[in-house]
Design a binder for this molecule. Structure first.
Ligand code: HXC
Length: 519
């Protein structure tokens, strides 16, 4: 073979590898409204940046005549590339090759780029579209999954790990995405479950559709397994690119600061009037966030789940921050099991990757009731408490209105090593709200009144007394638990300046094997 023939051979092999399972299966993939693995990688990465590895690797299974069904590269495309010029590693399962089912070879390919990502200290992104373990390979395929899981675990908190589900992801296969930091799903064609509808029907008798059991909407609103839902694959990949812009390459790096045009001393008059006169009225915390962050640009995480707490990424003066905020529009912004889980996971991600936390507080307390207690709200609430308390990143807190009881402590209070704690003049920082307090303290005195009118008058009098004393930020400020009471419209500037001054913050936790967060 001449050198030219060898070159032609390479070109021919590359072309063959690039069509994966063949044109017909590519057509079938497109007909479902799905892109192929390579198309997804191209859309995800900066143009021309993809460097593919293991394009010629094939499976070695000979069970069930599998030696006749080989494909160059087998069922996954792996390699490195860049997003806005920053290095990332990618794997994309190729459904056109034996349904993207995971072979030992595929696992080796995925593990290779996971190892490279760890060595380089760069994020790893896995695109899932697979029928699960390759049945013909049996235990080797299972071992392949285990190798991936072990790497997911070792990479956790060292490099960011992102999963996108763009097809089936079933059985034990779900555990790799579940071990990563963020799961993206697409509205169509994306589902995750341990056992599919058929098995569910056989074992429990329940009839349920694929979407209801494990679709994007379910996981983004009910289970909280997924953090992002995109209308389509293109948008999904664009959202991953956006997420990458807020997070550093690894746990030893700071997030990338970028130039900004939104004036840092931009006052936001809306904030001076946003708190309603009536304590029972809600306002939209999203408006507060939009006022405070650069250009109102906020990448919300877990948008559809536990809406009583808002978490997400934004920039303030070009600095990436993690925002955590109670949302008075849903359940009055109360903390419950789901909100605690959602908040805790986000706070821990930010802390692991050196992203400062900005916490906006308006919380009436923890949701009371047997449903919450039976569900273990004590342990779940403790997760958020633990997450804030162990976090060593800069923590800036602004209390807008209510901040009562245990929830006050949990939401990045001074005693949980909050670095700078501001309050608006409308803040109410107390053990509990006036109504509850009056009922506990003055129940007998009120009952002793002879008429209903007299009872109501006594109740109002005591409530007023309590509010005069506690429904303000100055009790807390008196003790130094609040560092300053600020004018709401200056919040953006004050938070920015606090963050600036905390850039060199150095706090470490005691050495230990690992903590024992109440999981
Ligand atoms: C081998 C598989 C496969 C698998 C799909 N294929 N899944 N081959 N092992 N796990 C093959 C199909 O035989 C078919 O080949 C091709 O991929 C495309 O699949 P279709 O069924 O035609 O596609 P579709 O109709 O879109 O259905 C997709 C699907 C279905 C829902 C994923 O294929 C399916 O139910 N697959 C099995 C899912 C499963 O039970 N997997 C094992 C889970 S247990 P041909 O040549 O006929 O076109 C598991 C354990 C992991 O994963 C444990 C880790 C710890």
């Amino acid at each position: 073979m001449s050198n030219q023939d060898k070159l032609n051979n390479l070109i021919a092999l590359r072309s063959k590898a690039k069509i994966g399972g063949g044109e017909k299966r590519i057509e079938a993939q497109h007909a479902k409204g799905k892109y192929t693995a390579r198309e997804r990688v191209e859309l995800l990465l900066d143009e021309g940046s993809f460097e593919e590895y293991d394009m010629f690797k094939e499976h070695r299974c000979t069970n069930f005549g599998m030696e006749k069904q080989t494909f160059l590269g087998d069922g996954v495309v792996v390699g490195s590339g860049s997003i806005d010029g920053r290095l990332v590693f990618v794997s994309a399962q190729d459904f056109t090759v034996i349904g993207g089912s995971l072979s030992e070879t595929m696992s080796q390919k995925i593990c290779k780029i996971m190892d490279m990502a760890m060595k380089a200290g760069a994020p790893v992104i896995g695109i899932n579209d697979s029928g699960g373990a390759r049945i013909q390979e049996g235990i080797q395929s299972l071992a392949g999954y285990s190798e991936i899981f072990q790497r997911n675990i070792m990479s956790s908190g060292v490099i960011p790990q992102i999963s996108a589900i763009m097809g089936p992801c079933a059985g034990g296969a779900v555990y790799s995405p579940a071990l990563t930091d963020f799961i993206f799903m697409t509205e169509q064609n994306s589902y995750m479950f341990l056992t599919g509808p058929k098995v569910v029907k056989t074992v429990t008798g329940e009839t349920i559709s694929t979407d209801d059991l494990g679709g994007a909407y379910m996981h983004n609103t009910k289970s909280g397994v997924a953090q992002f839902m995109a209308p389509d694959e293109k948008e999904c990949l664009a959202m991953i690119r956006k997420l990458i812009s807020y997070i550093p390459q690894n746990n030893l790096e700071e997030p990338v600061r970028t130039a900004f045009t939104d004036p840092i001393d931009r006052n936001c008059d809306l904030l001076n009037d946003i708190i309603p006169e009536s304590a029972k009225k809600a306002y939209d915390m999203q408006e507060v966030i939009a006022c405070v962050v650069d250009d109102g640009d906020f990448l919300e995480v877990h948008k559809g789940f536990a809406k009583n707490i808002i978490v997400g990424f934004a920039k303030i003066g070009g600095m990436p921050v993690g925002v955590v905020a109670n949302q008075p529009m849903y359940l009055g912004g109360v903390l419950d099991i789901e909100a605690s889980r959602k908040g805790a996971r986000f706070v821990r991600f930010c802390d692991a990757f050196n992203i400062p936390l900005v916490t906006l507080v308006d919380v009436p307390g923890f949701l009371p009731g047997s449903t919450q207690e039976y569900g273990g709200v004590i342990s779940h609430g403790a997760k958020l408490l633990f997450a804030y308390g162990e976090a060593t990143v800069p923590k800036v807190t602004v209390t807008l209105r209510k901040s009562y009881g245990g929830a006050h402590i949990v939401m990045s209070s001074k005693q949980l090593r909050g670095d700078v704690n501001y309050a608006w003049p409308t803040a109410e920082i107390a053990v509990m709200g006036a109504e509850g307090a009056v009922e506990v303290l003055y129940a007998k005195e009120i009952a002793a009144q002879e008429t209903d009118e007299a009872k109501a008058a006594k109740y109002d009098e005591k409530k007023q007394e309590y509010n005069d004393l506690f429904a303000n930020p100055y009790q807390a400020a008196k003790y130094g638990f609040i560092d300053d009471v600020i004018e709401p419209r200056n919040t953006r500037f004050r938070v920015f300046r606090a963050l600036q001054r905390l850039q060199t913050k150095r706090v470490t936790n005691p050495l230990r094997k690992h903590c024992n967060i109440p999981l």
